[in-house]
Ligand binder design. Structure first.
Ligand SMILES: [Cu+2]
Length: 651
């Protein structure tokens, strides 16, 4: 008897075997240069018509891989496409001038080169550090390079350092202030070591694991762990309410495909809602398109920090393997992430994606005045999440699907702040002291999410909705009147918008050819969270690369090749790529296939309470149905228990 593996969904990420096939095909190609590094290997996603066809008659489109390679000998990025059925390259093109992220090998070798450099060893020795075995050298993508750096055309990294006294120490407690090593990533040589002057290493350790944090030399000294936290157990005796078939996920009325790429991490595909027998689409594809973390401190080691964590670090490949009872509670289903290594071969991150349900408290309730009867329902959400560690920071990426039709996205920021050393008793102008001689510079985390909307079909429009007072006069005798003014965004040049909390501003994504029972186009609201802007000078090099962060909302015409808010290759890019370039053609965005891009930020004036490990802070947004349904889609939620609607007693 033979068993056959069912074919994966056309949008399921590449399997281990497919990554092996793609790597072999690329290596066998006549133009492949030995020693080339595999930057990103991912599914070459089929187009929308092919997916529509698959959903109609199960016809499978061909599986293809997209491979980004870097040939260091020529300093050239190559984009290849591979047919997985026959293991053949069918497209091969170079991208002159573009630079990739550092590979793991480059990163490690660069750090070793710095640790062996006499100029750098001299700088550490001047700070009293002669044993560098526990010094953590971090080569950072350069957020800022001077004109001399730029003129060389080299691919650079700027190495910063932190001193641990033991292997397990939190090295970020002892930053080496004012020392920056510049590395050529292609030759893996140290070009230069700057020492801008001595600032003593902070005196205290900053450990957070209880075994180390109780040491009197630590800051703070942990007196002991709480012993009054009683267990909370989440049990679902009948199992979860969702079903997972490969990467296809069904929960309540929702259907979707869970995707994953080594660059973006989690991707949601084909998010649909079963509404009274009809399957209705909301999103074609939702992904984190870029992250950018600029530091607002002019000091030499801090002005280089402005990392595009998704493209310059390879966010998806940095996913944590998760553990039951630790990262997620309850009835969990996991999906592994399979990403490429530098050598093109697959690397499996077990349990990288956690899928579970959460009780969200009261979904709706009312107590009837006459009968005293209370109807109450509990809300629930499906959580699809992953965590990635990017150097000192840890980021959680959480998609939520709710029982009332809402889609939420939340980033959880935790881990360890990037630190600087400051002379004792000094208050730094651009940061906050968090421990003796140690401070956290002001910074921000910008996120851009690409929402390829498909509200009841492909042709969508976006309206900006503001609360606008009605003019005084006979139509507004009490002066109380206001309207929710809906302004359509017509073309890309004008579809670059800022949030306005005072006006209650949000955006409404509608399908103008599908009317609800109330005669309005069906829609979803994009509700921004708290928003900010980068307070950088307009010509700051880092900001030129991150123009996406200067607007909270962009709408562009759909182009499957336009996936990243700061462009395909932000590393040392002179600027203008990504959204400004995508929108430069000023294409119409009304009643057509559009992509909505939302920028939001975690604005981080570091708190002393963020040391030694930062309690989770969040940033995100919601997509909420607005006239997508004719009435509450949560009306049919079941009563939590039989006694819940009987009248209680008020004494
Ligand atoms: Cu932060």
């Amino acid at each position: 008897m033979t068993t056959s593996t069912p074919a994966p969904h056309p949008l399921a990420p590449l399997s281990e075997q497919e990554i092996v096939t793609a790597a072999a095909a690329v290596r066998a190609y006549h133009e492949f240069a030995d020693g080339s590094v595999f930057v990103f290997t991912s599914l070459r996603e089929p187009g929308k018509p092919a997916i529509d066809e698959y959903e109609r008659d199960s016809r499978l489109p061909p599986r293809e891989a997209s491979v980004v390679l870097y040939d260091g000998s020529q300093r050239l990025i190559i984009e290849a496409a591979v047919s997985l059925a026959d293991g053949k390259v069918f497209s091969w093109r170079s991208v002159p001038g573009a630079r990739p992220k550092a590979s793991r090998r480059e990163w490690e070798t660069a750090a070793e080169a710095v640790k062996a450099d006499p100029r750098w060893l001299g700088a550490l020795s001047r700070r009293g550090v002669t044993d560098v075995s526990h010094v953590e050298v971090q080569p950072w993508p350069p957020g800022y390079t001077d004109s001399g750096d730029a003129a060389t055309g080299r691919r650079l990294a700027k190495a910063l350092a932190w001193v641990g006294l033991s292997e397990a120490d939190n090295t970020f407690a002892r930053p080496v202030e004012n020392v920056v090593a510049t590395i050529d990533l292609d030759t893996l040589t140290v070009l230069d070591v700057e020492d801008h002057g001595l600032v003593p290493l902070p005196p205290r350790a900053g450990n957070y694991a209880p075994e180390l944090a109780s040491d009197p030399g630590n800051f703070p000294v942990l007196a002991g762990l709480r012993d009054d936290v009683r267990p909370i157990e989440i049990t679902q005796p009948e199992g979860p309410s969702f079903g997972l078939d490969g990467h296809e996920l069904r929960w309540q009325r929702w259907r979707l495909v869970v995707g994953y790429t080594p660059r973006e991490g989690l991707v949601l595909h084909r998010v649909r809602y079963h509404d009274q027998g009809r399957e209705r689409s909301v999103l074609h594809r939702a992904s984190l398109s870029e992250m950018w973390v600029p530091y607002g401190d002019p000091a030499p080691v801090h002005r280089v920090k402005a990392v595009f964590d998704e493209s310059e670090a390879g966010l998806g490949a940095l996913a944590n393997p998760l553990q039951l009872g630790c990262d997620c509670l309850g009835e969990i289903r996991y999906l592994d992430a399979v990403v490429n290594g530098d050598d093109g071969e697959p690397r499996r991150v077990t349990n990288a994606i956690c899928i579970h349900e959460e009780d969200t408290g009261v979904a709706w309730k009312h107590t009837h005045a006459q009968t005293g009867s209370a109807e109450v329902r509990r809300g629930r959400r499906l959580v699809i999440s992953s965590f990635a560690t990017v150097g000192n920071y840890d980021y959680g990426f959480f998609w939520y699907l709710h029982t009332d039709g809402t889609i939420g996205y939340e980033i959880k920021l935790t881990g360890i702040i990037s630190t600087g050393a400051v002379a004792g008793g000094t208050q730094p102008a651009h940061g906050t002291v968090v421990a003796p001689g140690l401070y956290g510079p002001n910074h921000q985390h910008f996120f851009n999410v690409r929402l390829d909307m498909a509200v009841d079909g492909t042709a969508n429009s976006v309206y900006e909705v503001d609360a606008v007072p009605s003019p005084p006069g006979p139509g507004n005798p009490a002066g109380n009147a206001w309207v929710a003014r809906e302004l359509p965004l017509e073309r890309e040049a004008s579809a670059q918008r800022l949030a306005d909390t005072a006006a209650g501003r949000h955006w409404l994504i509608v399908n103008e050819s599908v009317l609800s029972g109330h005669g309005r186009p069906v829609g979803y609201q994009l509700l921004p969270g708290p928003s900010t802007l980068p307070p950088l000078q307009p010509d700051a090099p880092a900001l030129l690369r991150a123009q996406f962060a200067t607007r909270h909302l962009w709408v562009t015409a759909y182009d499957p090749a336009e996936l990243y808010a700061a462009g395909d290759y932000p590393y040392q890019h002179p600027g203008g790529a990504g959204l400004p370039a995508y929108a430069s053609a000023n294409r119409p965005v009304r009643d057509t296939d559009i992509v909505v891009w939302h920028t939001f930020a975690a604005h981080h004036v570091v708190r002393p309470e963020d040391w030694p490990v930062m309690p989770v802070t969040t940033a995100g947004f919601q997509l909420r149905p607005f006239g997508f349904f004719d009435a509450s889609p949560a009306l049919d939620l079941p009563r939590p228990a039989a006694h819940c609607h009987t009248a209680g007693e008020t004494a």
